[in-house]
Design a protein around this ligand. Structure first.
Ligand code: FAD
Ligand code: NAD
Length: 465
């Protein structure tokens, strides 16, 4: 039998890290179990950090951001290889792992290496190459995350048919590529490959991409995708995938069409990592996508077991997982001090161009019969937009017609995910659209879009006054 803990956290992704550190700061004895050789989860090792580092390389080497200034043929490197794209990734991953390990160690979080599974509600077994060890714990927090969803009809081979964990393992940049799934992962990678000149066919079974985002913004993105020669096949479902004798790949659609490419990325969602946990031993049941049901305090059906992060489902973001981790750990010790409002959680989608939003979409407000008005600013009207050469970006403010409170901010264009936080602060502090009119912004900045959008919105309202 191993040590006795106040909290055992399973999984060292963003959710588990934050939970472990928060509990340690409360003075609790905490262990963090990780089955991989390194900490960081999907976020540091295969998902967020690698994909965003690759995107940065794509933007830089393809000269994407400067083509509108220096001409369509502008690029930093003529023949871009997968090795060029992977060059920075290992460095950034290593640094992030070092920073995370140092944080955990500074906070006296004990690391246990191995696969965790429940023995009963107060005992967790950790199995590694030295065999199993059982630890006693007052509470346990599950932050085991997800893995790419798979299908027996899609033979992932890590080479021509890949999932999102394997993108950087591609040895060559394909000439043509099929991306299955128009969710965040599929669309982000579509943009990256298209910016590199790869001819991408994006297949999505729903009638639109990124179904949770504002329609106008998705339409703007679709314009950019078409401009980058992406073929979008919406309302089409991939039934199976085959490797061809010539080394290519064919996707067989439910509609009986066939789509051919040099490589295929299968990004149709994710599956919770619950198989190893022996949840039955604690009376907890995951759904068929491996998601663990929790209450508002992230407590499972078992009173002293909590679950946070991707393993509980939507929104499955690193940012939100961290916050859920902190709250889950706090609640495990009866700490109610963290108050967090999910309606102010932002979305940053690293497409090319970037999309970011907070609050409600126009479609949601229409559905809810909320009287709203919009104010729009186009980057091309803003001096900084002209200087940067981003003349297609736009910022849309949605506000209540009567109270003028901000109901949503939706941005597409360079810097969207940073710019959004101005709107987020005003929204969260209960400000109205007048804040942007009465505030002096640095000039020339993209932030000025807020002022222009506010004037535009107020002008629309005043026409009816
Ligand atoms: C390609 C891609 C790009 C993304 N980009 C973004 C982005 O730009 N912004 C954003 O906010 N989010 C992004 N995400 C989502 C983000 O990565 C996740 O929301 C986040 O990693 C979830 O954190 P987590 O702690 O819940 O789980 P994870 O990060 O998945 O970590 C779970 C950990 O638990 C470990 N584990 C599992 N089972 C056990 C067990 N039984 N015993 C011991 N250890 C176990 C795993 O090895 C893993 O290390 C992206 C995801 C992907 C795939
Ligand atoms: N920037 C970010 O915040 C970011 C980036 C990447 C991933 N993530 C997170 O990762 C999670 C997983 O992303 P994802 O894109 O894999 O999943 P997803 O569930 O968001 O999207 C999968 C898409 O595939 C489609 N699909 C499913 N089966 C299909 C088939 N057979 N043929 C055609 N289309 C099919 C679905 O309709 C859906 O639109 C998301 O929840 C997201 O929040 C976030």
């Amino acid at each position: 039998m191993g040590s006795v803990y106040d909290l055992i956290v399973i999984g060292s992704g963003p959710a588990g890290q934050r939970a472990a550190i928060y509990a340690a700061k409360l003075g609790k004895k905490v262990a963090l179990v990780e089955m991989r050789e390194v900490v960081g989860g999907v976020s540091i090792n295969t998902g967020t950090i690698p994909s965003k580092t690759m995107r940065e390389a794509v933007l830089h080497l393809s000269g994407y951001n400067y083509k509108s200034i220096y001409g369509m043929n502008y690029r930093v490197k003529e023949r871009i290889t997968m090795a060029d794209l992977a060059f920075r990734v290992q460095h950034v991953i290593k640094t992030e792992i070092d920073v995370t390990e140092a944080q955990l160690s500074r906070n006296n979080v004990e690391m246990l290496s191995g696969v965790a599974s429940f023995v009963d509600p107060t005992h967790v077994q950790v199995t590694n190459s030295r065999g199993p060890t059982v630890y006693e714990t007052k509470s346990t927090l599950i932050g085991t995350g997800t893995k790419p969803a798979s299908s027996v009809l899609v033979p992932i081979n890590g080479n021509t048919i890949i999932n999102s964990d394997q993108v950087l393992e591609l040895t060559n940049l394909p000439k043509t590529m099929i991306v299955v799934g128009g969710g965040v992962i599929g669309v982000e990678y579509t943009c990256m490959f298209a910016a590199l000149g790869v001819r991408v066919t994006l297949i999505e079974r729903r009638p639109r991409l990124l179904e949770f985002a504002d329609q106008e913004i998705v339409e703007a993105l679709s314009y950019h995708l078409r401009d980058a020669r992406v073929t979008m096949r919406l309302n089409e479902e991939v039934e199976s995938v085959e490797e061809m004798p010539d080394g290519g790949v064919v996707a067989n659609l439910e509609s009986k069409k066939k789509v051919q490419g040099d490589a295929l990325l299968y990004a149709v969602g994710r599956q919770g990592n619950v198989d190893e946990l022996n949840l039955a031993a604690v009376g907890v049941e995951a759904d068929k996508r491996g998601r663990i049901p929790v209450d508002k305090d992230f407590r499972t059906k078992c009173q002293n077991i909590f679950a946070v992060g991707d393993v509980i489902g939507f929104p499955s973001l690193a940012s939100v997982s961290m916050e859920q981790g902190r709250i889950g750990a706090a609640r495990a010790f009866g700490d109610e001090s963290i108050v967090s409002n999910p309606s102010f959680y932002p979305y940053g989608i690293y497409t090319i161009p970037e999309i970011s939003f907070i609050g409600k979409t126009e479609e949601q407000l229409t559905e809810e019969d909320v009287p709203y008005e919009v104010g729009v600013a186009y980057y091309r009207e803003i001096a900084r937009g002209q200087i940067r050469g981003d003349t297609t970006g736009r910022l849309k403010l949605i506000f209540h017609r009567e109270s003028h409170s901000i109901l949503g901010v939706h941005i597409i264009g360079e810097g969207a995910s940073e710019l959004l936080h101005i709107g987020q602060a005003v929204m969260a502090l209960g400000g109205t659209i007048e804040y942007f009119v009465d505030t002096v912004f640095n000039y020339p900045t993209l932030a000025e879009c807020y002022k222009v959008a506010a004037f535009n919105g107020l002008n629309r309202v005043s026409k009816f006054d």
